[in-house]
Design a protein around this ligand. Sequence first.
Ligand code: NAP
Length: 289
Amino acid sequence: MSAKIIDGKDIARRVRDEWRIRADKLKAAGVTPGLAVIMLGDNAASQVYVRNKVKACHDIGIFSDAHLLPATASQADVLKLIDRLNADPRIHGLLVQLPLPPQLDVHTVIERIALEKDVDGFSLYNVGGLVSGGTVFPPCTPYGVVCMLEYSNIPITGQNVVVVGASNIVGKPMALMLMQKEATVAICHVKTRDLAQFTILADILVVAAGKPGLITAPMVKTGAVVIDVGINRLPDGTLVGDVDFDAVKEKASYITPVPGGVGPMTVTMLLCNTIQSAERSAAKLGIKT
Ligand code: NAP
């Protein structure tokens, strides 16, 4: 059996087509959704991510506002800029590209972003909402994974899910979002003893460790759904995930490729969060869309 490939590019295109209609309705009512991105320094990966976000805004027809600050910018400068963008009615989503230079405190910076504009979903309030319900903005990568599963008609409720990786931006919110959808969830991390003992039980295996080749075919249950969030650049320049794709695809029922899997979904969900924020803002102003 060879797994069905979950085509992230195709799903992302379909999601964007749906949300473009919502953005167009807002624009027709006089509200153009706007996303502001603050980046510090010249980290090459961050530059690519910011460029992709600005391009995605352009493609779907929403306003983008990128602020590139020097790596030496002070915390006071960054907080002042956040305050200005918090108060700017053209901006419905605001994010600060991570990682930050060492002189900045990431929690202070993120908590300064107005709750109703925190489209990355990293604020404590949004994270708390993943536990108790009522999240304003789901974090984009796990939101993208849930969206991919739903578009592929893969049931989540009652499934055994194993998430490999427990970071604050991917693994933990991923586990919480799938738990809210009534999956039975285990989270594994670097200290997990005998990883395979967990992964072999998964109906849905989500891997976000940043370790190429971590998940091999014997670790995967026959017929499992395998979602590879990892993005790793090998010394020869090739981009791979955390899963041994060629071997695991012969055992899984569904699998995401890298590139072209979860990656295109992440930026798409950022657009969705921004458009939804603009819809909320319009509704507050009594504007009908
Ligand atoms: P991270 O902050 O480095 O977290 C990695 C997590 O994996 C940690 O919880 C770590 O455990 C765990 N881990 C590391 N080695 C492991 C091992 N051998 N066995 C089990 N668990 C292990 O990384 P991240 O930001 O979550 O990103 C994870 C990967 O996803 C990276 O490759 C990143 O590039 C990619 N990513 C992709 C997208 C996308 O849009 N596709 C978005 C974000 C991230 P400890 O907590 O114990 O250290």
